[in-house]
Design a protein around this ligand. Structure first.
Ligand SMILES: [Zn+2]
Length: 155
């Protein structure tokens, strides 16, 4: 407590949107749907403000979707979205860098990068000396990922 992230409050809000009425079961109904960046600061379900890096989580049974921040998604689902956002910052600052493995998996899973691009990403991730053509491919992959992050971009 005291850090503005009220997990107890989050639990109440999550329970209200779940089919199960006990926390142990209710938390298992939820999964990460997508990540995005807000244009304007938003409020996490735990009531923490502001959050810009958003994780949209969904209840598999009720179909309800809500946005939470990095801290809460880690606490609630154990998902390290902060690493994905760090990876995004890295490529935004330097388009010749490559995204990390966690980000590659997520964006492939969500259909943002295709199987070929995913394979390319894996094979060239650690390489600094790419051919001109390979660098073009890396940059085009990075562009796709950045474009998908616009609010409600990836689903
Ligand atoms: Zn929160």
């Amino acid at each position: 407590m005291g850090d503005g992230y009220n997990f107890h409050h989050l639990q109440g809000e999550i329970l209200a949107r779940s089919r199960a009425t006990d926390w142990e079961t209710a938390e298992r109904e939820w999964c990460l749907l997508s990540i995005s960046e807000a244009d304007e600061p938003e409020t996490c379900l735990c009531s923490h403000f502001p959050i810009i890096e958003l994780c949209t989580i969904a209840n598999r049974i009720t179909g309800i979707q809500v946005d939470v921040g990095n801290v809460c998604v880690k606490r609630f689902l154990g998902f390290r979205s902060d690493l994905i956002f760090a990876s995004i910052k890295r490529i935004r600052n330097d388009m010749t860098r490559s995204i990390g493995a966690d980000a590659a998996v997520l964006f492939h899973e969500r259909g943002i990068i295709n199987a070929w691009e995913y394979g390319f990403q894996q094979n060239t991730r650690a390489k600094r000396n790419l051919t001109g053509k390979q660098m073009e491919t890396r940059i085009s992959i990075n562009r796709k990922i950045l474009a998908s992050l616009k609010r409600r971009g990836i689903q």
